[in-house]
Design a protein around this ligand. Structure first.
Ligand code: NAP
Length: 257
């Protein structure tokens, strides 16, 4: 029996084995949690089904986070199958590739809208759906994933940096709204990791190298390290922590030059 046996979680943002959401899902499942995984479209269904087969009694459900009806259907099924929810991991983000390669000044209105809708509004919409299911369990924990580009300029991160700033602010407002229901809301700001989403950022190899050379720990962040930090923030061990952005980045954020 793991310490999360009898607890139920919803995880969005698993695209493949390299996804940060999958690293956190594995740590949660190892400790006994039962999970629902979502996929955005048929394109990723096989990947997600294959990964889910490694879990105990998983639910696999479609959810494009830009579609309110899909979010409503998802929570209806999660509520029926699980009877409540203990945690939500929001691992979803997207910006059109063109916005990550041209100068920030050239950000399009539509690219801005899409990046903020998929990467930020989705947290608010998913938290709203999760809240009654968490309240039914006496409380819960919500976690999202962010990056230091919210606060500092990383060439090529562009509109995603603006989205992450809005995401971190949303964490604080949601923590305040949901705290009275004993629901905590936090973020992990991870160091750069080579994933599908990261492959869209031009110059990502250079960012990885800068961390290896300059971060206090002089190395890059491992997926499993974010997995364990996520497991901590979603589990009962972090019961007094909310509204927080936890840096899991080899310490890079403390450096000047
Ligand atoms: P990833 O494996 O590509 O995960 C991103 C996920 O978001 C994918 O599953 C993607 O599905 C999903 N997604 C995009 N649009 C969606 C939509 N409309 N509806 C539902 N899902 C959608 O990459 P990752 O690096 O693990 O990213 C996870 C989170 O960590 C993101 O918030 C990212 O910004 C953050 N993060 C990453 C790093 C890094 O260096 N990798 C560092 C700090 C923070 P599709 O593939 O179908 O689009």
């Amino acid at each position: 029996m793991g310490s999360l046996t009898g607890r139920f979680g919803l995880v969005t943002g698993v695209a493949n084995r390299r996804s940060i959401a999958w690293a956190i899902a594995k740590a949660l499942a190892r400790d006994g949690a039962r999970l629902a995984l979502t996929y955005q479209g048929e394109r990723l269904l096989d990947n997600v089904r294959e990964l889910a087969a490694e879990l105990e009694g998983p639910l696999v459900q479609p959810c494009d986070v830009t579609m309110d009806e899909q979010i409503a259907d998802l929570y209806q099924i999660v509520g029926r199958e699980f009877g409540g929810l203990d945690f939500l991991l929001h691992g979803t983000a997207f910006a059109p590739r063109a916005e990550l390669s041209r100068p920030f000044l050239e950000t399009s209105r539509e690219g801005f809208r899409i990046a903020l809708d998929v990467s930020v509004y989705s947290l608010i919409a998913l938290a709203r759906g999760a809240a009654p299911l968490m309240a039914a369990r006496g409380g819960g924990s919500i976690l999202t994933l962010t990056y230091l580009g919210s606060d500092r300029v990383f060439a090529g991160y562009n509109v995603m940096g603006v989205a992450k700033a809005a995401l971190e602010s949303s964490v604080r407002y949601l923590a305040d709204n949901l705290g009275p229901q004993h629901i905590r809301v936090n973020a992990i700001s991870a160091g750069p990791i080579k994933t599908l989403a990261a492959s869209g950022i031009s110059g990502f190899g250079g960012i990885l190298q800068a961390y290896r050379e300059r971060a206090p720990l002089r190395r890059n962040t491992e997926l499993e390290e974010v997995g364990e930090a996520g497991r901590f923030l979603l589990g009962p061990e972090s019961s007094n922590i909310t509204g927080q952005v936890l840096m899991v980045d080899s310490g890079y954020h403390v450096m000047g030059i």
